[in-house]
Design a protein around this ligand. Structure first.
Ligand code: NAG
Ligand code: NAG
Length: 349
């Protein structure tokens, strides 16, 4: 039967048995769903069924028992986000990418306020929780202060709106700088040690914001992700990025992923790293979000009768004059205590 003949016959059949058209269109849809199970599923951008309108969402309260009702300003650009720019990368781990989460100006501002305050990045020791230098992490970085200025406060409000997790559960934003060859080997964002877990409990989610484009390398890679094998590998990717599901840094984009399962157990598929920068440099900003209030537990620790430092480097930093140069971080403000109050002699025990 030639093609024209076949089409004519199909058309006739469809006129007589219109339900055939339905069964025909349904089969490929079902096959498609099977095929993507366990691989990378993308929400269709702007698809009405799988997205929602955040300007119609109002936040009623972060803590119902305290009786105060806080509303996000409707449509306020700082505390809302655009779900049509969000694509879901993977369910194992739960990972989402928001294109253009930060404006160019916000990216440049974050780099500007961080760039003369960078220190070699540390890692937490698995057992004691003490921070230490490690070849596993070769970037340099620094912590901003919560709501350090209006731009930072706006970004923090937007993160809370996107993640549905309150600002107070977040640590202050950490700015990181990776130069040629610098990297962060795959690791988990949840802590193994007890000391760090006391501060707000486990980290449940991480928002990683890219502040610069990177010519080559510097990808975020998830070596245990379900999408590891199905992601197409192109020549643009570094070898490190090919070893997992990877996200290429684009200035302004933000990656959100969860380190805990919905049942609150740790998710090993959230293992992730920052591939070595091959060409150019990488700037990023990280917001770690805990299961409980991080702010409250810091204050509790600091006012629990002990005058303490929250970081082992505090004495060194204080000697180097950081109490004067970076007082918001070191000593704190009225609203939030700093991290090196003891070394800065801002309290007495
Ligand atoms: C700490 O834990 C990580 C991840 O489980 C592991 O790869 C690393 O070897 C451990 N480091 C030490 C010093 O035990
Ligand atoms: C929690 O959820 C994960 C992922 O669905 C599952 O593998 C694990 O067995 C669950 N653990 C408990 C204690 O329910």
């Amino acid at each position: 039967m030639d093609l024209r003949c076949f089409l004519a016959l199909s058309l006739c059949l469809l006129c007589i048995f219109p339900h055939l058209a339905h069964s025909r269109t349904r089969i490929p849809v079902l096959l498609e769903q099977k095929k993507t199970e366990g691989s990378v599923i993308r929400l269709r951008r702007g698809a009405s069924s799988a997205t929602f309108d955040p300007t119609r969402v109002s936040q009623l309260s972060w803590r119902p028992r305290e009786g105060s009702v806080i509303r996000l300003r409707r449509g306020a650009s700082s505390a809302t986000f655009d779900p049509t720019r969000v694509s879901q990368l993977s369910w194992r781990p739960r990972a989402f990418l928001h294109k253009g989460f930060l404006s160019e100006e916000e990216c440049d501002h974050l780099i500007e306020i961080a760039k003369d305050k960078l220190e070699k990045s540390m890692v937490a020791d698995n057992e004691s929780g003490q921070s230490m230098e490690s070849e596993v992490r070769t970037s340099s970085g620094m912590f901003l202060l919560k709501a350090q200025d209006e731009i930072v406060a706006n970004i923090e409000a937007r993160i809370a709106a996107w993640t549905f997790l309150p600002v107070e559960n977040g640590e202050s934003i950490q700015i990181l700088h990776y130069e040629h060859g610098q990297k962060y080997e795959p690791h988990f964002d949840y802590f193994q040690d007890k000391t760090n877990q006391e501060l707000g409990g486990h980290r449940v989610a991480t928002v990683l914001m890219y502040l610069s484009n990177v010519e080559k390398g510097g990808e975020t890679v998830f070596p245990n992700s379900e999408g590891k094998l199905s992601q197409p590998k192109d020549d643009d990717m570094s070898d490190c990025a090919k070893d997992g599901y990877s996200v290429k840094p684009h200035k302004g984009d933000a990656l959100l992923f969860f380190s805990l399962h919905p049942n609150a157990t740790t998710d090993p598929s959230s293992l992730h790293g920052s591939c070595p920068v091959i060409e150019g440099e990488k700037w990023s900003a990280t917001k770690w979000i805990h299961v409980r209030s991080f702010e409250k537990s810091l204050i509790k620790r600091a006012t629990g009768g002990v005058c303490s430092d929250e970081n082992d480097n505090c004495p060194v930093w204080a000697k180097a004059g950081e109490c004067k140069k970076n007082p918001t971080y070191m000593i704190g403000t009225e609203g939030l205590l700093g991290y090196c109050r003891k070394s800065c002699k801002a309290c007495s025990s």
